[in-house]
Design a protein. Structure first.
Length: 179
C-alpha cells in the first residue's frame, strides 16, 4: 500500500532530516546548505535549467556534492525509490555543471527510518544514514510507476520512479563520502 501524502508532516520531516544531514556534514569539515526549501526551486546555468538538490555541500579540496536527502525505508522489494525526473536532473547537473570548486558529484543519501526506530523518531545517529553516488545507483535501477509528492501535493497520475536495488550491498556508510 502506498502511503505517499498521508502524513501532512512529510515536508517538515524531510526538512528536519536535511538539517540533520547538514550537521553531520559540518562535523566532517564540509560546508553544507539546505538548498531546496522553496517548492519547485531550480536554477539555470548556461541555458540549462536544473532542479535544485536538497542539500549542497562543499569541501576545501575542490570537491562538492549535490545531495538528494531521503528519510525513508525500503520498499517491500528491498529498494529505495527516486523520481526519474529528479534523478535525471541531478545526473545532468553532475555532467554539465561546474564552478570554482570543480565538478559536482550527485549523491543519493538515505536516512533509513525503519532502522532508526520509526518515521517520527528524532535521534540523529550516523549509523542510520547511508549513501551512494547517483551514477552507481542508476546502474542497479529497476523502473516503475507510482504517485509521488510534487510541490507538496500528491500527483494525480503516477510518475516514473527509479528503484535502486540491494541498497545494503550497494550503499555505503555516510562517512565513506564525508571523510
Amino acid at each position: 500500500m502506498n502511503n505517499i501524502g498521508k502524513d501532512p508532516q512529510d515536508r517538515s520531516i524531510g526538512e528536519y532530516w536535511e538539517d540533520c544531514f547538514c550537521e553531520i556534514a559540518n562535523r566532517y569539515g564540509w560546508e553544507a546548505w539546505p538548498f531546496q526549501r522553496k517548492r519547485g526551486a531550480n536554477f539555470e546555468y548556461e541555458g540549462t535549467r536544473f532542479i535544485c538538490p536538497d542539500v549542497w555541500i562543499l569541501k576545501r579540496e575542490h570537491k562538492q556534492y549535490a545531495c538528494e536527502i531521503k528519510h525513508k525505508n525500503q520498499t517491500r522489494g528491498g529498494c529505495y525509490g527516486f523520481e526519474e525526473y529528479r534523478a535525471n536532473s541531478l545526473l545532468k547537473l553532475e555532467q554539465e555543471y561546474s564552478n570554482q570548486f570543480g565538478n559536482v558529484i550527485a549523491l543519493y543519501v538515505v536516512h533509513n527510518w525503519a532502522r532508526a526506530g520509526g518515521k517520527h523518531r528524532k535521534e540523529n545517529r550516523e549509523d542510520d544514514w547511508h549513501a551512494q553516488t547517483l551514477k552507481i545507483c542508476e546502474d542497479t535501477k529497476k523502473t516503475g510507476w507510482s504517485k509521488t509528492l510534487y510541490n507538496g501535493k500528491v500527483t494525480l497520475e503516477p510518475v516514473k520512479i527509479h528503484y535502486y536495488i540491494n541498497p545494503w550491498r550497494n550503499f555505503k556508510p555516510l562517512r565513506f563520502f564525508l571523510e
